[in-house]
Design a protein around this ligand. Structure first.
Ligand SMILES: [Fe+2]
Ligand SMILES: [Fe+2]
Length: 279
């Protein structure tokens, strides 16, 4: 199966065209049709789809990596163009989510969950299909479902919280899931924010698919915001497995992106708006 993945929404613009915003979305073209993984925050998806010549009306399915605004905020814009479409996500994707951030010397609480009610999105045509487990969503395309947390060095982001039954607790991100596509050159893994830990996700994918060769790993890795031990141990792990191309984006952060460039050289690219992976 021929596959082309284009980064539609991302923090950075590096190909002279498109708009950058804090968020992530990838447009996936295959012989069978087109798919969308995440939708960015909503400011850039339509403009970038026009600039990059990707027709959002052709999307067969939408996959949501998790319920943060910067991955889901573009849903209404896509749905207004596309109409009825299946939207695959974990059942906890609509949890109320907060970030506690220090801004100008004081602690600020921000709502960072999906900024729209489920009913509104359904009225625009979203047909939500939930999964908690690893699932084949199309032939050769899989969602990871919940990812077991096994590594000792991958820690949750202490700034992020969710609200369950009125109680604010550290966000467990059970809804964090990634997309896997089979190709003749190996697996293609697309991460949203990798809140479950990039290495936990990769181990889960290896366990579930029985395959260990990755043609490409793309998307947000969240490697820069936690401990330096996490960055070091994750980099060591990545060097041990078979990865042909690594194209990080979004919440990877510059320090980690530079570190991966150093380690992977020609096999590395930064997945900014308009970056393309073709097989
Ligand atoms: Fe994100
Ligand atoms: Fe996130």
């Amino acid at each position: 199966m021929k596959t082309r993945v284009t980064i539609l929404c991302e923090n950075l613009v590096g190909k002279r065209v498109g708009l950058g915003e804090h968020g992530f979305s990838a447009f996936i073209e295959t012989d069978r049709g087109d798919y969308l993984f995440d939708t960015g925050g909503g400011r850039s998806i339509v403009a970038n789809s026009l600039t990059l010549d990707k027709d959002l009306r052709t999307v067969r399915k939408i996959f949501l990596s998790h319920g943060h605004y910067d991955h889901t905020g573009g849903l209404p814009e896509v749905l207004k163009l596309k109409g009825n479409v299946d939207v695959h996500a974990h059942p906890q994707v609509f949890l109320d989510r907060m970030a506690m951030l220090e801004e100008n010397g004081k602690e600020t609480k921000r709502f960072i969950g999906i900024p729209y009610k489920k009913g509104y999105l359904e009225s625009l045509g979203a047909n939500f299909i939930s999964n908690s487990d690893f699932v084949e969503v199309e032939k050769g395309m899989f969602l990871t479902g919940e990812v077991p947390r096994k590594t000792s060095f991958e820690k949750p982001d202490p700034r992020l919280f969710s609200q369950i039954n009125g109680k604010t607790e550290p966000d467990l991100f059970l809804d964090d899931q990634s997309l896997i596509m089979e190709s003749e050159k190996g697996l293609i893994l697309i991460l949203g924010c990798a809140h479950s830990g990039m290495i936990n996700i990769i181990n889960h994918v290896i366990n579930k698919t029985g395959k260990q060769n990755f043609y490409a790993i793309l998307g947000g890795t969240h490697l820069d915001f936690l401990t330096s031990e996490q960055l070091e141990e994750s980099t060591k792990f990545l060097k041990r497995i078979e990865i042909e191309k690594i194209g990080v984006s979004h919440c990877t952060g510059m320090k980690a992106a530079c570190r991966l460039l150093q380690e992977f050289g020609d096999r590395y690219f930064y997945g900014c708006v308009g970056s393309v992976l073709e097989i």
